[in-house]
Design a protein. Sequence first.
Length: 141
Amino acid sequence: MSLYRQAGRSGRGLLILPLVALVVGLGVGFAAGRATAETPTFQDQVADLQAETGTAADALELVAIHYETARSGADAQLERARTAFAEVEPRLRLLSPAETAAADEAIGRLETLVSESAPAAEVERAAENARNMVRRAARLR
């Protein structure tokens, strides 16, 4: 038995109490913040989708520009367009299913022409068509 030992609470208990209070406070603050957060309107969601779809449309425009002079650039832009379109496609199908399917088909047609080294004029028409179809699917007219 130690004569120098103090009776009472240890210092550990004094450290745990503020930590528990901090965790509870953070939880309450998070819950209050979520409860008062605004939910985006349908128009906001469509606007976000249109902005994201613009990336695919812009890349399709660049395919035609790069095709004659920098084939690797055209390939890179086509890949960028396909990736960007794939990211928005599920939501576009909710907005306009028929137009989205047509846009997907138009991009596929362009991919085929580029892989077959089709004439530049044909690739340019197909790229413009694919771009227009993507914009139409997003209701960007």
